[in-house]
Design a binder for this molecule. Structure first.
Ligand code: NIG
Ligand code: ZN
Length: 424
């Protein structure tokens, strides 16, 4: 009893406890994505914000001291796993774009809507016009929805400001959300999300503004950890994307690329070439792109709810990527246009059915690999001693059930930093 640590919280007797242990240094790839560290009758013990024991229930109970103030949650009949990590969202925006659904049903393409000044550009107008306070309140509501569905860490991109003032406004909101909401937020600067109206016909001048003014200002104030670019036909070309990303790298940003989303343009190859942490979307990735991602370890962040919502013909070739040794993560891509989905359980259900990912691979992709994709695998994404006590208790007898009962919120409780924040 003497030198045992007194636990603040114990979750015990989980039918299944998924630890994802052993992958904090390198993301899971290939058949490793199917190994999820499953323990039956599992338990975890927590002291303050940290996990102090993880294992079989009798072992954990033996390792820690239980006092009268220790909260004990019996998870019999339930699934306990790391909090979900959503590594690609466009969280901060004003307005919504439900009218685009009808335009798309009439046959208009996503990029045609953008060319007509709609799409991303209509959200830019709404976001520029919104006050910081209004945007903060809207985003807090979206974060509430995310945590209610089991997400405990998100990446969020700017990109609906597209001028210095409104990009900085968005990034400051990221910082405030991090202090105001239990969900942890990793901030990405996406000044090159679209060419704003005022630079229509002169994208190169806008690129120079991003490189010459925006990036240095964002770096100086430490407002983003990552820099991302929408490399796509009619948006930013390969040279412009490379120029922005290499400039960002020199300023200390880690890199991401919106790559091969609609057209196959060598986005994955560019991401691999410049040492990006992730290449995202990849619905139109080439064979060579897949080979380069596997070779360099750049993570493929796949966004199947976007393909679903865009009613696009082609999902990302996840099977081929996993079988080629690419580390795959999954994200919601939450945004008002191509994916108004902020529920990772929906993403997981689509990933199984359309990306043909096995349930265990999906679990790896929304936990430890997603954490690697945003540079947080040292703290979250797995349940291991010393890591953050971020976990979800699902009302599910096993992990396959989560993806099988698609469309339903199966969250029983969410524990963030050792505190029950949902279902308490
Ligand atoms: N593709 C570019 N950006 C978003 C869509 C943003 C929007 O339509 O507002 C995406 O990742 O899908
Ligand atoms: Zn995106």
């Amino acid at each position: 009893m003497g030198n045992k640590i007194k636990a603040d919280l114990i979750v015990c007797h989980a039918d299944q406890l998924i630890t994802m242990a052993g992958a904090s240094k390198t993301p899971k790839h290939g058949c490793g994505m199917s190994r999820i560290g499953l323990i039956e009758d599992g338990a975890v013990a927590v002291k303050e914000k940290e996990l102090i024991a993880v294992g079989l229930t009798p072992e954990v109970m033996e390792k820690v001291e239980v006092g009268p103030e220790t909260m004990i949650i019996n998870a019999a009949g339930k699934l306990v796993m790391p909090g979900l990590v959503d590594p690609h969202t466009h969280l901060v925006f004003a307005g919504s774009r439900e009218h685009e659904l009808e335009l798309r049903l009439k046959g208009l393409h996503y990029l045609d809507i953008l060319k007509l000044g709609g799409g991303i550009l209509s959200t830019v107008s709404a976001t520029r016009a919104a006050s910081q306070q209004d945007l903060l309140q809207i985003s807090l509501k979206y974060l509430d929805q995310m945590i209610a569905h089991g997400t405990t860490t998100v990446e969020a991109k700017s990109g609906y400001g597209l001028n210095l003032r409104d990009e900085i406004k968005t990034l400051i909101i990221h910082r405030e959300l991090n202090t105001l909401h239990p969900v942890d937020l990793v901030s990405t600067f996406l000044g090159a999300h679209a060419v704003p109206e005022e630079y229509r016909g002169n994208p190169q001048e806008y690129v120079e503004l991003v490189v010459g003014e925006m990036l240095p200002a964002v770096a100086r104030d430490g407002l983003a950890e990552f820099c991302d670019v929408f490399f796509e036909d009619g948006v930013f070309d390969k040279e412009q994307s490379r120029h922005i990303l290499i400039s960002a790298k020199k300023l200390g940003f880690k890199l991401k690329v919106h790559a091969d989303e609609i057209k196959s343009l060598g986005g994955a190859e560019l991401a691999a070439e410049i040492g990006a942490v992730s290449a995202d979307h990849l619905m139109a990735v080439s064979e060579e792109g897949i080979r380069r991602l596997a070779q360099t370890g750049t993570i493929a962040v796949l966004l199947p709810s976007t393909t679903f919502c865009m009613m696009a013909p082609q999902y990302a070739p996840a099977r081929k990527m996993i079988d080629s040794g690419v580390a795959v993560a999954l994200a919601s891509d939450f945004n008002p246009g191509s994916s108004p989905v902020n529920n990772m359980q929906v993403v997981m259900g689509i990933a199984c059915r359309q990306l043909k990912m096995k349930p265990a691979e999906v679990i790896s992709a929304v936990t430890i690999n997603a954490a690697h994709a945003i540079g947080r695998a040292g703290e979250v994404g797995s349940l291991e001693t010393g890591k953050r006590a971020d976990m979800v208790i699902f009302d599910a007898p096993n992990y396959q059930y989560l993806m099988y009962r698609f469309g339903l919120n199966l969250v029983d409780k969410v524990i963030k930093d050792g505190k029950v924040v949902v279902g308490g």
